[in-house]
Design a protein around this ligand. Structure first.
Ligand code: FAD
Length: 453
């Protein structure tokens, strides 16, 4: 087996994959088109944060890097919902103390992974090196040095393409190998804003929660940062009556926020300026038919293979799970081509499932959470989990807290569970009205015991 691999992209996927490979004594070269984010602030003062959950944590632990990551994490125990009158209601994510998710800075996490790779294994990515073209027939990757403008040619095999949602390698696979890819762009975009820290770096709203202002067609969310600030993200239609297109001036922005988010707007003094300066991000779901190129030449990893919308907080978690699984297969088979093919076969049904669940979760976060029936079903699902821990685990918990349950299984069982919850709560409005005999009968009848329980 060729001990030497090339990784394209030093983002979250590329950095963790490099650590896994180096941990198993493989030589790794990483190329990254951007400058080193440990030396240059590329997000112009914005702090982008992500939710890290069990799948991501499991992979980080297996790679031996979780201890370095821990100081960056802020536990979020549930959703804090803000209604339009400023009334708060809290819904826990899980029912056991460890069932929490963690807010983590994306650049901070990437820095820790890159530092770990350098310190432990002497791996230093080659920054400002952009892949420009790729030729599968001649086994060649054309790289451009962004500083000297020189180009050079590298051998492909084996190439791990962790070059993100706009992957050049994926585009080359479409053009040269006839790979089929669909990209469904969401009609909604997003914009990141800041809720600054209070005096002495304190958090001005509850620190251990993911805050949501659900408003039906749109929503605002907030995740805590270690410096006391929150990163706020507004998800809104790109066009239409209430949309990014109509929020085109200071007055329009102030009026929109004061009307829909009156409790938090006074805490955001830089709101209108930030809103007008920051770009609107786009979100899409990328589904790629084949991830592995023939003869072990290349494989797509992370967002390059399966970018998803962010509403389940699982994009990065799925990428980290990819790294763990690909490494496991390489260890088991010792063969790049075989591992790349098996990786695609194993992961694709799972990443298709999380893509679907992430889309469904957008409606849940911005709208369904306001429905009293939603809370009733959540209470019932916790009760069923208490009574049948080997059969009934709420879908959210399967995805966020159970790395041993593949996404595709969570999706399939989640469908069956949703029917049970719907049937049991259709004509009632409190938990004490549940017909337990009938409901427990449905659980036994429709759900087999979980394989790992
Ligand atoms: C608004 C938003 C919120 C999110 N929230 C969450 C969350 O809460 N939880 C979660 O788990 N996930 C979340 N995600 C998803 C997560 O950010 C991504 O899944 C993850 O960053 C993908 O990592 P990656 O390394 O595969 O790709 P990227 O992070 O895109 O990294 C790709 C790297 O490749 C480099 N590159 C690209 N092209 C080339 C080239 N031609 N040559 C050389 N280098 C190249 C890029 O510069 C980059 O460094 C969110 C995403 C968004 C947009």
């Amino acid at each position: 087996m060729n001990p030497h691999a090339t990784i394209l992209g030093a983002g979250l996927s590329g950095a963790l994959m490099a650590i896994f490979l180096a941990h198993n004594e493989r030589r790794v070269l990483i190329y990254e088109r951007r400058p080193d984010l440990r030396k240059v602030d590329m997000d112009a003062g914005r702090s982008i944060n992500l939710a890290l959950a069990d799948r991501g944590i499991h992979a980080l632990k297996q790679a031996g890097v979780f201890e370095d990551v821990e100081p960056l994490l802020i536990p979020m125990r549930g959703r804090m919902l803000h209604d339009v009158n400023g009334q708060l209601s809290f819904a826990a994510y899980g029912q056991r103390p460890h069932e929490v998710i963690y807010s983590v800075s994306r650049p901070g996490l990437t820095r820790v992974l890159l530092d770990h790779a350098r310190r432990r294994y002497g791996i230093e990515p080659r920054f400002l090196q952009a892949a420009r073209a790729l030729d599968f027939e001649h086994d060649e990757l054309v790289m451009l040095d962004e500083v000297t403008s020189e180009t050079r040619r590298l051998r492909l095999a084996p190439l791990i393409a962790a070059d993100g949602a706009g992957s050049l390698v994926r585009r080359a696979m479409i053009g040269q190998l006839g790979t089929r890819v669909t990209e469904d762009v969401l009609e909604h975009g997003y914009k990141e804003l800041t809720l600054p820290a209070g005096p002495g770096g304190t958090h001005r709203i509850e620190r251990h929660a993911l805050h949501i202002w659900p408003r039906g067609g749109f929503m605002l969310i907030a995740l805590p940062n270690v410096d006391g600030s929150f990163t706020m993200t507004l998800f809104l239609a790109q066009y239409g009556a209430e949309s990014f297109a109509t929020l085109d001036g200071r007055d329009a922005v102030d009026a929109f926020f004061t009307q829909h988010f009156p409790d938090v707007t006074p805490l955001m003094p830089g709101l209108a300026r930030e809103f007008l300066e920051h770009p609107v991000g786009r979100m899409s779901t990328v589904r790629t038919e084949r991830w592995a190129a023939p003869a072990g030449h290349a494989v797509l990893l992370g967002d390059a293979a399966h970018a998803i919308v962010p509403f389940h907080g699982q994009g990065m978690n799925a990428c980290f799970e990819d790294c763990f699984e690909l490494n496991r297969l390489l260890e088991a088979t010792g063969d790049w081509a075989h591992s790349f093919n098996s990786f695609e076969a194993l992961r694709k049904p799972n990443t298709d499932a999380i893509a679907a669940m992430a889309l469904e979760n957008y409606v849940e976060m911005r709208d369904t959470v306001r429905d009293p029936k939603f809370m009733l079903r959540k209470e019932l699902s916790f009760e069923l989990e208490r009574r049948f821990p080997d059969r009934f685990i709420p879908r959210y918990s399967m995805v966020m807290f159970h790395h041993e349950i593949p996404y595709a299984v969570a999706y399939e069982r989640g469908r069956i569970q949703a029917r049970i919850l719907e049937d049991a709560t259709n004509s009632i409005d409190a938990l004490d009205q549940v017909d337990w005999e009938e409901t427990l009968g449905w659980v036994r009848e429709r759900l087999s015991p979980l394989a790992n329980s």
